[in-house]
Write a protein that binds this ligand. Structure first.
Ligand code: ATP
Ligand code: MG
Ligand code: MG
Length: 551
């Protein structure tokens, strides 16, 4: 087609396809390690890998990179699948596990030993580090580097058979201890770990290292384009070296810039810590940058996908502001979310000239731009609640809401005027007494301008709900960036504010789990999937109507 691909990865793929490389076949993969829940950074990788496959007629494999038995759990595998599906992607039959290749990887290792390209080393981790050299100094060969092929084959087999303890021996690639690229200084290929694996059980007590497992898994699956983040650029020579030595199908690795999002953390180790130490309520806490957290918070999958599209795929690391993501969420919810009124900090207003016991029903659009969504019915009576923020005892001129002697319109209803302010003994405002202009329903008031329109809820028919307002989880843009400060000391202590009771228009009683609403004038809110009950609704504030982060 004539359209220009959007980024350098798509450019490369388009060219490869045009040149009929790999017979015009395209296969990518998303390779999560099942040691935690997916976060918004993973979404970038998912959208890229699954996205190009979808757009350019290829397939994308979902491969669990489950080569580390210690930290991995089946719970995470299920959660990862659910998240990928939630984002709207489908791996079809292409679900793979690196652990399924253990036997093949072992055979590859034996092949390298036989070729004199790998050896068993008895050095301790510490000794190996000492001999590894530095960026400016070459390393030194291990005294075990020149073991014979026979001895290496024997020792490696005995490693597999469990004759040695954890850490006693490793299998290393025999490359070059003076290589400028540290990854090529005889990297470890296998280590001994007498640990139970969630899929292979106790079948193995040696496990392949990432660098030996990853590229070979790509090759076994005949992945054509292995797309990963920039920090693996230095591993590419090693990736290529193994493939070349083994003389197996050669995928190519390409690196793109990872997503860094301000005021949050994305390392799984840190996210795990937040959960374990109860700084948050779980992986799905609405303040977490995880996909389960964002889903619970009310971020639509479509908004996350359009965010990934908007930030694009580049080659240099950069920081993205949370407001970019929130704008995508607003755009999506503005289109979709039904409107409702909800008073967060209730202040009672008595309309003294409105008959007691009388009720009127006002009609309002469910969505102002989408008449096809229909109308909603809003009861009005003598007593209503308004938000405290919409009243000031001594308002400045530009305050167009309520103040003593001032007028304001109740949205979809009458213009009311504040005639009297009632205080409690502590001098706090507890109630307003107002009059109403009966001629103002759907009409402008006679002879004067009333600029302000506020939301409100009939006191008698108000639905009490709990509302949880979230703020950023950290106080600094890049938590943990400084070596002296623990990232946990940078947690924002006020990242959650629970408001209860709030009063919602009665129609919200039918709101169900996950449903998103715009609370007029306030923002977007959704029914919490964990703590909400049909008779005690809990709403999460997803985002405010406008960007409030710049405050
Ligand atoms: P951690 O180091 O915190 O454990 P990880 O990157 O090792 O995270 P994996 O499960 O191995 O997590 O990642 C799966 C895929 O997602 C990898 O290909 C990785 O490059 C990609 N990925 C992870 N984080 C980001 C990010 N912030 N931006 C873009 N891609 C990412
Ligand atoms: Mg990891
Ligand atoms: Mg990883």
């Amino acid at each position: 087609t004539e359209t220009q691909p959007k980024d350098f990865i798509r450019n490369i793929i388009a060219e490869d396809l045009a040149n009929n490389k790999h017979d015009g076949r395209l296969a990518t993969r998303f390779p999560p390690e099942p040691n935690g829940y997916l976060h918004i950074g993973h979404a970038k990788s998912i959208c890229l890998n699954f996205g190009v496959a979808e757009e350019m007629g290829g397939v994308c494999h979902l491969r669990f990179d489950d080569t580390n038995p210690i930290k991995e759990e089946t719970e995470f595998i299920d959660a990862i699948k659910e998240d990928v599906q939630w984002l709207g992607f489908d791996w079809g039959e292409h679900e793979y596990y690196a652990s399924n290749y253990f036997e093949q990887l072992y055979a590859f290792a034996v092949q390298l030993i036989k070729a004199g390209k790998a050896y068993v080393d008895d050095l301790t981790g510490e000794q190996m580090r000492e001999l590894r050299g530095t960026l400016t100094e070459p390393g030194q060969n291990s005294p075990y580097r020149d073991r014979s092929v026979e001895e290496n084959l024997d020792l490696f087999e005995r490693m597999r058979n469990g004759e040695f303890q954890d850490g006693e021996k490793v299998l290393r690639a025999k490359i070059d201890m003076a290589a400028p690229n540290m990854n090529l200084r005889d990297p470890a290929m296998y280590r001994i770990l007498k640990a139970h694996h969630h899929r292979t059980g106790d079948a193995w007590c040696i496990y392949p290292m990432y660098d030996f497992a990853h590229g070979q898994s790509d090759s076994i699956e005949k992945v054509t384009h292995s797309i990963c983040t920039l920090e693996f650029a230095d591993h590419r020579p090693l990736y290529d070296w193994f493939i070349e030595q083994l003389d197996i199908f050669a995928p190519r690795q390409y690196e793109f810039a990872r997503l860094n999002l301000g005021y949050t953390v994305m390392s799984k180790r840190k996210l795990q810590q937040l959960v374990a130490e109860k700084h948050v309520s779980g992986w799905d806490d609405p303040r977490m940058p995880t996909l389960v957290g964002m889903r619970r918070r009310g971020f639509p999958a479509k908004a996350i996908r359009s965010f990934c599209e908007r930030i694009g795929v580049g080659k240099s690391d950069s920081w993205i502001d949370m407001s970019v993501l929130e704008d995508c969420v607003r755009e999506e919810l503005n289109e979709e979310a039904p409107r409702a009124m909800c008073v967060l900090n209730p202040l009672k207003v008595v309309i003294t000239d409105y008959p007691e016991g009388q009720e009127e029903i006002f009609s309002a659009p469910i969505h102002p731009q989408k008449p096809e969504m229909g109308q909603r019915q809003i009861p009005f009576s003598r007593e209503v609640y308004i938000d405290r923020d919409d009243f000031m005892e001594d308002p400045p001129k530009k305050f167009f809401r309520l103040g003593p002697g001032r007028e304001v319109r109740l949205r979809y209803g009458y213009v009311i005027k504040c005639e009297e302010v009632i205080y409690n003994d502590a001098g706090e405002v507890v109630e307003l007494r107002c009059s109403h202009d009966a001629e103002t329903l759907g009409k402008k008031p006679e002879g004067r301008k009333v600029k302000g329109i506020i939301h409100w809820v009939s006191a008698e028919r108000a639905l009490p709900v709990e509302v949880r307002q979230y703020d950023r989880l950290f106080n600094v843009e890049s938590p943990g960036a400084s070596k002296e400060i623990d990232f946990r000391d940078e947690i924002n202590p006020d990242s959650i504010k629970v408001l209860s009771p709030c009063y919602a228009e009665p129609g919200l009683a039918l709101a169900s789990i996950g449903e998103a609403y715009q609370f007029e004038r306030l923002g977007y809110f959704c029914v919490d999937s964990r703590d909400s009950r049909s008779d005690a609704l809990v709403f999460n504030r997803t985002v405010t109507l406008r960007d409030s982060w710049a405050k």
